[in-house]
Every structure is written in C-alpha cells, then in structure tokens.
Design a protein around this ligand. Structure first.
Ligand SMILES: [Zn+2]
Length: 352
C-alpha cells in the first residue's frame, strides 16, 4: 500500500488513550502481511513479530515501539439543554478547540461542534483571558432527554479533522502523533522482507503513551528485548519556533541524543544513516521522558534504548503536518539498523 493511503487509514480511526482497540485492529491488519505473528494484547497494544534467521535457543530481539493512542476528549457532564461538558484525554491544546467539529462516540455516533461564549458577550474581565476547558461545551443539537441512552459520563469525543495533502509531499491530519510512527513500523517490516536480518523483530503499536507509557512498559517487560527503539514525532520548524528546539521537515528523521539513549545505538544509527546517505538530523534531549523510549529504557534491569523521531508541525492539534519523505527515510534507517544487528553489536553495548 502506498504510504499516503496507509497514513490516511491509520489517522482516520479513533483511539484516544485507553481506547485503542479499533486503531489496534487497523495496525494489525497492516502488520500482518510482513510478520510471522500478530496479536493485540489485553491492554490494547498491537504486536507484530517477524523472526530473524538466527539459529539456536537464545534468540536476540529488538523491540520497536510507536504509540497508537491519540489525544482526545471525554464527556464529564450532560447539562440541561443537552450541552456536554468535556475534559481532555492526554495533552490537548485548549486554544485549538473552540469552533471544532467533533464526533461524540456514544452508543450512536453523533456529530457535534465545540462552542463557547461569543466575544461580544464576554464581561470586561473575561475578554483577553486564555480560554479554559470549563468555558467550552459540545453541542449536538439534541436535548438532555434525547441524549440519555446514547451518551454518558466518560463517553469519548473525537475531534474531527480532514486528511489533507498539501504541496510538495506535506500531509496534514489529526493523530499523526504517533500514527506516523506506526506507519514507520509497517514500512520497516515491509522493507525487512527484502533485507536479511538475524534478530527477531517485535514491532509494537503501544497503548497509552500520551498518559502513562503503559503499552511500552508492559510489552517491554513481557518481551525482554536486547535493544529497543521508540519512534515518535518531534517539533518541526515553523514561524516563531525556537530554532534550537526544532528539527526542520524534509531533512530526515531526527536521532535523539542524551541519557535516555544508549550511545552505541545513537552512534550506529548515525553511522548507518551516513553510510547509506539517508538525510538525518540529531536532537539533544538531555532530560529523559516524554516518549516511549524512557519506558523501554527502565524496563526490568534496563534495556539499551534509542529514539528516532519524525519532524512534525502543529503537534497536538488537528493539523499535525509532516513530510512523507521523512517517514520513508525513518523506516529505511530502522530496517538497515535491524539488518546490521549481530552478536558483536550486542557485546559493544557493554563497552563505553
Ligand atoms: Zn507522541
């Protein structure tokens, strides 16, 4: 399948943290043609296993993790008049919410819009103040009575967005963070069909990264990989963005450097990217956390971990924008990395 179509399918399906099952089914469908086994675990992570051609009992494993969950909204109250009060699941940017179209994922799916008091009617002390979640409501057009059997406290609300192809290979959609990482998993597995590799590969679309890192924690504990790499998104360039904190779109995947990442893994990723002439960039990340890489690194007695990120504009919005070429390069780099894993590399991980 073409990468653009794959991204569309992956981003079209809802899957707020803790409610990833439908998205997991889509991930598994795309893992399946390139894997020996696929499954969805009881917490909602989608798992693919592709065997390497090593022989013997003690099999070496690499785990790749890209998170499946997306940020979303949840109903907290149904008010008289049928207005739904909401809270966020994960780090939703409240400033993007007023005026959004949504789907209320009740027993029946309902179209809705997010409303707020118009500026004309705001009291002098209200105008100019940053909008709060309490200022917002979802209007479905239905009365409270009509909603009784359809919506309850805890019902999820998905912010609608249109998958949009911009010029020059740029694509914009909700949930590119981190379904684009899941697309990298699919693409990397696909490329490994053509590339010999010794180690077994576990590709995991992890549940609940946005709220707790749960899927990476539980799958790393169960599978005990020898090496683990998280694939996520990072801040792309754009007007007003601090230059030192961004990885420009179109310049390739960004390799994380810092205490969260094993220096031999980052070095090998950089060396292979140079050897194979894959455009790439590096990103200083001195404080561990913020991605599945940390959950992987601290599993059990510790797992050598790495992070490869796709540059993304407008993170945690409905117009998360990336460049297709960066996704492809990320998958290419990972498939080469996996094909070059051997016992020497594993020994090297102990020599600093
Ligand atoms: Zn993410």
């Amino acid at each position: 399948m073409e990468l653009k179509e794959l991204l569309k399918e992956l981003t079209d399906v809802s899957g707020a943290s803790g409610h990833e099952y439908e998205a997991a089914k889509v991930a598994v469908k795309h893992f399946e043609p390139f894997s020996d086994e696929v499954s969805i675990d009881k917490l909602g992570s989608a798992i693919a296993l592709k065997h390497g051609d090593q022989v013997g009992e003690e099999r070496k494993k690499i785990l790749l993790a890209a998170h499946l969950d997306e940020i979303g909204l949840m109903v907290t109250k149904i008010e008289d008049g049928g207005f739904l009060r909401i809270t966020s699941v994960g780090g939703v940017d409240i400033t993007i919410l007023p005026g959004q179209a949504v789907t209320v994922l009740g027993k029946e799916q309902l179209k809705g819009v997010i409303g707020a008091k118009p500026p004309h009617l705001q009291a002098p002390d209200e105008s100019g103040k940053p909008i709060q979640m309490d200022d917002l409501y979802v209007d479905t057009g239905r009365t409270k009575d009509e909603l009784t059997d359809i919506v309850e406290i805890g019902t999820l609300v998905r912010i609608e967005s249109e998958f949009t192809e911009l010029s020059n290979g740029f694509i914009s959609a909700m949930a590119m963070d981190d379904r684009s990482g899941v697309a990298v998993l699919v693409e990397a597995l696909c490329r490994l069909k053509e590339r010999k590799h010794e180690w077994d590969v576990y590709a995991i679309a992890t549940a609940q990264e946005e709220v707790s890192g749960l899927g990476a924690i539980t799958t790393a504990f169960r599978l005990q990989p020898d090496v683990a790499i998280a694939i996520d998104v990072t801040f792309g360039d754009g007007p007003g963005m601090p230059e030192r904190r961004v990885s420009p779109l179109g310049k390739g995947p960004s390799i994380g450097l810092g205490p969260n990442f094993h220096p031999k893994i980052t070095q090998k990723l950089r060396d292979l990217a140079s050897e194979y002439e894959i455009p790439h960039q590096v990103e200083a990340d001195p404080y561990p956390g913020g991605t599945d890489a940390y959950s992987l690194q601290v599993s059990r007695a510790g797992i050598p971990a790495g992070l490869v990120s796709i540059p993304l504009r407008n993170m945690h919005s409905t117009v998360e924008t990336l460049k297709l070429e960066d996704v492809k390069r990320c998958a290419e780099l990972l498939s080469i990395f996996i094909s070059r894993l051997d016992s020497k590399f594993q020994e090297d991980l102990k020599c600093f």
